[in-house]
Design a protein around this ligand. Structure first.
Ligand code: NI
Ligand code: MN
Length: 226
């Protein structure tokens, strides 16, 4: 499969049969090279309800008739907007036609802010373990460092991990290096940085310091074959 990075936490995967988007925050994400009016998706996976992760989900899902997979409260909320959704919850896995999704926990918040400023509670935040054709990708989502990452690394043979390094809202580079050791992935890609001034980081410096697995700072639009 082909995996590409599109700024912030946006990841796109093209398998033989499906195009999968994770956290498609495009409008308002100046680092993103995708066009919300033309991007293709069969499936959208969401880590949590914050606007910088839900992003353009509603418009993209409606235009593509895509399935949106999210934690229960967020899935129910997006279902109320007319989207085709599959609700899950922390610790549960499900075998979809595009692959297996299992949600892990994440230490963070989860709410969605409507255009009029109303806040909608969207349940727990999570991380996503996605297994396709014997390859496992772990999108850690927005989280602090937490010691169960070690357990997740021991329980899963992770090929590729997307780890936030921005600091302020999530773990910063120092904690993300510890997370990388615990997750024990073959390739570690930093995400959730440089989108806003408070999360300015040097991804190449982080990647060079990764000790467990290969640190790889993907450029926006760069494609990795797995
Ligand atoms: Ni968040
Ligand atoms: Mn975020």
């Amino acid at each position: 499969m082909e995996i590409s990075y599109h700024g912030h936490s946006v990841v796109k995967m093209k398998t033989d049969t499906h195009t999968i988007l994770i956290d498609p925050f495009i409008t308002g994400n100046e680092l993103c090279d995708l066009n919300p009016d033309t991007v293709e998706a069969d499936v959208i996976l969401l880590t949590h309800g914050h606007n910088d992760h839900v992003g353009d989900t509603v418009e993209i899902a409606k235009r593509n008739d895509a399935l949106v997979v999210a934690l229960n409260e967020l899935a129910v909320y997006l279902g109320s907007k007319g989207l085709k959704t599959h609700p899950m919850n922390i610790g549960g896995k499900y075998d979809f036609d595009f692959g297996r999704v299992k949600y892990t926990h994440a230490f963070h918040g989860s709410s969605y802010e409507e255009e009029d400023g109303t806040f909608v509670y969207t349940g727990m935040p999570g991380g996503i373990l996605l297994t396709i054709d014997d390859k496992t990708i772990y999108h850690v989502g927005d989280t602090s460092l937490f010691s169960d990452l070690k357990m997740i690394g021991e329980m899963n043979n992770i090929d590729l991990a997307f780890v936030p390094i921005g600091d302020n809202f999530t773990m910063g580079p120092e904690d993300a290096l510890i997370a990388a050791d615990w997750i024990n992935a073959k390739i570690v890609v930093p995400v959730h940085y440089n989108t806003f001034p408070v999360i300015k980081q040097d991804p190449d410096d982080f990647a060079a310091k990764v000790k467990t697995g290969e640190g790889k700072a993907m450029k926006v639009g760069e494609v990795l074959k797995l």
